[in-house]
Design a protein around this ligand. Structure first.
Ligand code: SF4
Ligand code: SF4
Length: 221
């Protein structure tokens, strides 16, 4: 899932400065799961904006909408009838959602209320961690299902670096050394031979930028 968090309120205030009619749009998918863009977060931000506008005696008129997904045109188009009275949209979604809304409604300003952080997962209540950097050439089959790119501080393909202490990373001692984890799991499986072969530097030309996937079998032709 994509993990995001709300921008500091002062930054949001600065972005929307001068706008009186705002449509706050939440997203019910990834960023709602990490408590950044669900109904509750949209309402809280709405209340905060209204309270601040009262304190400054500058009235702000807001309305709220929740999209099932902000990153797909078919859902975003549902906003069509709600944007007429709005000067700007404040989107609580990942960067893809913000861009999708901006593409669908290029005549109106769309502001990002969230900072998009990474692809990750919740590991315990209130804790999300990064697990993938979308390198486009996955090697998890060689590393016991543990990603050295996202989870090793140096992104080493052939670790460990030699600096880990008691299983902790030398760069960030509060996190486990990813390569220690890889070694331990391979050892448990009796697959340490997978470490014998030196992995070549990644062919980053495979990472076409911007990223794109085309499934011929799904194209409407
Ligand atoms: S190797 Fe790591 S960064 Fe690359 S696709 Fe696999 S999990 Fe993601
Ligand atoms: S200590 Fe481990 S996780 Fe940290 S940089 Fe070195 S190999 Fe990577």
């Amino acid at each position: 899932m994509i993990v995001a968090e709300l921008k500091p309120f002062s930054e949001i205030e600065e972005m929307i400065k001068g706008k009186q009619h705002l449509l706050l749009v939440g997203c019910a998918t990834c960023t709602a799961i990490c408590f950044a863009s669900g109904n509750r977060e949209v309402s809280l931000l709405d209340s905060q904006l209204k309270l601040k506008s009262l304190m400054k005696s500058k009235e702000v008129f807001t309305s709220e909408r929740m999209l099932k997904r902000s990153c797909e045109h078919e859902f975003v188009e549902e906003l069509g009838s709600f944007i007429e009275k709005s000067e700007a949209i404040l989107s609580l979604s990942c960067g893809v959602g913000v861009q999708t809304i901006a593409d669908c409604f290029p005549e109106i300003e769309v502001y990002p209320a969230l900072n998009t952080l990474f692809i990750g997962r919740p590991d315990e209540s209130g804790v999300w961690k990064e697990y993938c950097q979308a390198c486009t050439d996955c090697l998890l089959h060689l590393t016991a299902g543990i990603c050295p790119i996202a989870r090793c501080a140096k992104g080493l393909l052939n670790g460990p670096c030699g600096g880990s202490q008691e299983g902790k990373c030398e760069v960030s001692p509060d996190i486990p050394c990813a390569w220690q984890l890889i070694y331990d799991r391979l050892e448990t499986r009796g697959e340490l031979h997978l470490l014998d072969e030196i992995k070549k530097p990644k062919d980053w030309s495979k990472k076409n930028l911007p990223g794109r996937v085309i499934r011929e079998d799904l194209l409407l032709r």
